[in-house]
Every structure is written in structure tokens, then in C-alpha cells.
Design a protein. Structure first.
Length: 160
């Protein structure tokens, strides 16, 4: 089981790279600004927990930005680990199904906390916002599932 979880975490890290690359490509193609929701989430969590992010305004802003990015990496790696755990427990979807389910899990795993904190409300999103969120998360899921599959040993057939 531990090997499955570790392979899933590594696959989730690869998926996170795909999500980030897809997001940055979207920013380049549409000349859109980066999302401010990670930083808003960090600021809201700091406010609710009474934690002060140290530094002057610029230093604090840079730290908050860094923590927001690290939270995304942690989330992607953790969801990959959960995918590995599910595989270790016997879940055997196709790579396509595993990718879609994992991508949707990542989408929920990021949007749900931000919704609960009042940062965003997916019910108010338009088509463009949904696509801007769904496409990178589906890329995450596809790469996570494919990377996990690539690390599995081929099953021996009884007739070999």
C-alpha cells in the first residue's frame, strides 16, 4: 500500500506540473492575468487563524504568493497520493476514467475550500471561468493517471 501511495504522490506531482503548464499556456494565449484566489485563500486562512504573515507589504505579498503556490502543489500531490491509495485498495479504472475522476477530485479539492471560505462561488461562474478551471484540472487528472500507470509493473499472464 505504501508503494501505491508514494507512486500516487509522484504521479500527482507530475499532474500538478501539467496543471500549471496548462494554466500558464492559457494565460499566454488569452493574455489573462493570474488568478488571485490562492493568495486570497492564504490571507483568509491567516485572518481566521490569527496568524500574521511577517514582513513589510512587499515581503508579505511575496510570502503569501509563495504559500498559495505551495498549497496548490501540496493539494496536487495529496490527491495523487489518494489516487495511489485507491489503486492500492483495488480500484482499477481505465487510465481515461481514472484521469477524469482524479481531475474532478482535484477541481473539487481546490474549489470547495475556497467556496467554504467565501473566496469564490462556482454557481456564479460563466462558461469561460468553468473552462479555465476544468481544462487544467483534467490535464492534471490525465497526467496523474498516465504517470501512475507508467510506474506499474506489467501483470504476468498465467500462460507465460
Amino acid at each position: 500500500m505504501l508503494k501505491s501511495v508514494l507512486r500516487g504522490a509522484a504521479a500527482g506531482a507530475a499532474g500538478t506540473t501539467a496543471l500549471n503548464a496548462t494554466t500558464y499556456l492559457d494565460m499566454v494565449l488569452r493574455a489573462r492575468p493570474p488568478s488571485s484566489t490562492p493568495e486570497q485563500t492564504v490571507n483568509e486562512l491567516a485572518r481566521r487563524t490569527g496568524v500574521t504573515v511577517p514582513g513589510d507589504e512587499e515581503s508579505r505579498s511575496n510570502r503569501v504568493s509563495g504559500v498559495g503556490a505551495l498549497m496548490g502543489i501540496l493539494t496536487g500531490t495529496a490527491i495523487g497520493a489518494a489516487y495511489g491509495a485507491a489503486r492500492g485498495l483495488g480500484w482499477r479504472p481505465s487510465t481515461t476514467t481514472g484521469g477524469v475522476v482524479t481531475g474532478l477530485a482535484a477541481m473539487v479539492g481546490t474549489a470547495a475550500p475556497m467556496t467554504a471560505l467565501g473566496i469564490t462561488d462556482p454557481r456564479s461562474w460563466g462558461t469561460e471561468a468553468w473552462l479555465s478551471d476544468a481544462i487544467p484540472h483534467l490535464a492534471y487528472g490525465a497526467v496523474t493517471a498516465a504517470t501512475y500507470a507508467a510506474t506499474e509493473r506489467p501483470r504476468r499472464r498465467w500462460w507465460r
